[in-house]
Ligand binder design. Structure first.
Ligand code: KIV
Length: 264
């Protein structure tokens, strides 16, 4: 069996078929996701918090990401695999090229994800021109949590919303093939999803994105602390992990998730 390709994901957007994405960090969960019909697995640097018990994603290293990506790859045959570039692993173009190549060659990632807007245009062009598919990440940027002053909804004011929209357009023009939008008003996410031709995957960004992503342990209700408003405990609904993941996929595909209460 071969892995889902970018062309197939682009076709899903064009045909308005919602894309179901979840994070995973190991082979067993990767297998569960694949069996449940998830399209994309994101090996997120959220592993710093949910696997390592860190307070933020900042301590995660490229070696950690390679280790977890390789495990996820071994658990699945069909999932499209995106891996996060961790904090400061893409501080300049040379570093970004070196680390992205490691994530793909040693880890097996099909695409890398990095956080930031127009300031990354040159760097994204350098990656994509060398055959490295890039997923952008706008809105709430967890690697900038200390600069942002917390895990707060972004783009509520008109000027901030306009900046996120312009950043999204710049990332697509620079060659990005996908975009994650985190914690932005649903209306803004809808506008961005309509403006871009690449798939836009939302987390806390409303139902009108081309797909949805959640941190696996949040949607299984096992992340310590308060569950984010935009998430839902699918395990509580059915009491069985594979069934919970299947229910998530179904809810994303038929537009039942997220609901109006699960967006901003
Ligand atoms: O690291 C991660 O899991 C992510 C998602 C929150 C989108 O980037």
């Amino acid at each position: 069996m071969s892995r889902l390709s970018l062309n197939q994901l682009r076709k899903m957007k064009a045909e308005k078929n919602k894309i179901a994405v979840l994070t995973a960090y190991d082979a067993s969960f990767s297998h569960v996701l694949e069996q449940a019909g998830v399209d994309i697995v994101l090996v997120g640097d959220s592993l710093g918090m949910v696997i390592q018990g860190q307070e933020s994603t900042l301590p995660v290293t490229v070696d950690h990401m390679i280790y977890h990506t390789a495990n996820v790859i071994r658990g699945s045959d069909r999932l499209f695999v995106i891996t996060d570039m961790p904090f400061m692993s893409y501080a300049n173009i040379d570093q970004a090229l070196h680390n992205a190549a490691r994530l793909m060659a040693e880890g097996g990632a099909q695409m890398i994800k990095l956080e930031g807007g127009a300031e990354l245009v040159e760097l994204i062009a350098a990656l994509t021109q060398r055959g490295i598919p890039v997923c952008g990440h706008l809105g709430l940027l967890p690697q900038s949590v200390h600069k942002l002053g917390g895990y707060l909804v972004q783009g509520r004011e008109a000027s901030a919303a306009e900046k996120i929209l312009q950043d999204a357009i710049s990332l697509e023009e620079a060659g990005a093939d996908m975009l994650v939008l985190e914690c932005v008003p649903a209306e803004l996410a809808k506008k961005i999803s309509e403006a871009l031709s690449i798939p836009v995957i939302g987390i806390g960004a409303g139902a009108d994105c081309d797909g949805q992503v959640l941190v696996l342990y949040d949607m299984l209700g096992i992340t310590p602390g308060k569950r984010p408003r935009f998430s839902h405990d699918f395990l509580a609904d059915c009491g069985h992990i594979p069934a919970a993941v299947s229910r998530y996929v179904e809810a994303v595909k038929n537009g039942d998730f997220p609901t109006a209460e699960q967006q901003y």
